[in-house]
Design a protein around this ligand. Structure first.
Ligand code: HEC
Length: 146
């Protein structure tokens, strides 16, 4: 009985979601990538707390891995060409540069996660500011709405 109810509920939910998925156009696509960018923001803020030593460094590698993963998800999310939000049109007209920046960002943070696991938090955090190239990309590709 429980199972049937769940299945029915899922079916109803799936049907409700279908029209949106059918034309996952601009709005949905933009919201999706903004969720991923917010993930980057939260994970960086958590790392910032560790950097300022208010929080112990036990999770440094995990936060860096989360950032590397979110960056690779972000790149995929931007592949769908949906101008709008705070993204400048140059994201797509300079795709080679934009995607290289996002790839480098993901690769560097993944490397730092590895260093953190192998050599400890301090070794990884020594280069953290260099690897977190948020502003460098935003200056070129994001028109922040105040
Ligand atoms: C390779 C380029 C690039 C990098 C690297 C990058 N961003 Fe972004 N970010 C963007 C673009 C483009 C947007 C605008 C997205 C939109 O509104 O559609 C954005 C938007 C955002 C937003 C706003 C999301 C919203 O809700 O509207 C936040 C927060 C953010 N980025 C945080 C970060 C943080 C933190 C980092 C680094 C840890 C980072 N970003 C690294 C390109 C980048």
């Amino acid at each position: 009985m429980m199972r049937a109810t769940r299945a029915a509920a899922f079916g109803a939910a799936a049907i409700m979601l279908m029209p949106a998925a059918g034309h996952a156009d601009g709005k949905e696509t933009i919201e999706y990538r903004q969720h991923i960018m917010k993930t980057l923001n939260e994970q960086s803020a958590a790392l910032g707390q560790i950097l300022s030593t208010t929080i112990p460094g036990d999770n440094t590698a995990a936060h860096l891995e989360a950032i590397a993963l979110a960056a690779s998800l972000a790149l995929k999310a931007f592949e769908a060409k949906a101008p709008g939000g705070e993204a400048k049109p140059e994201v797509w007209s300079n795709w080679a540069d934009f995607s290289k920046r996002m790839n480098d960002f993901s690769r560097k943070t993944a490397e730092m996660a590895k260093i953190s696991r192998e050599q400890g938090t301090d070794a990884a955090l020594a280069n953290v500011v260099d690897a977190l190239s948020c502003k460098g990309c935003h200056d070129v590709y994001r028109a922040e709405k105040k």
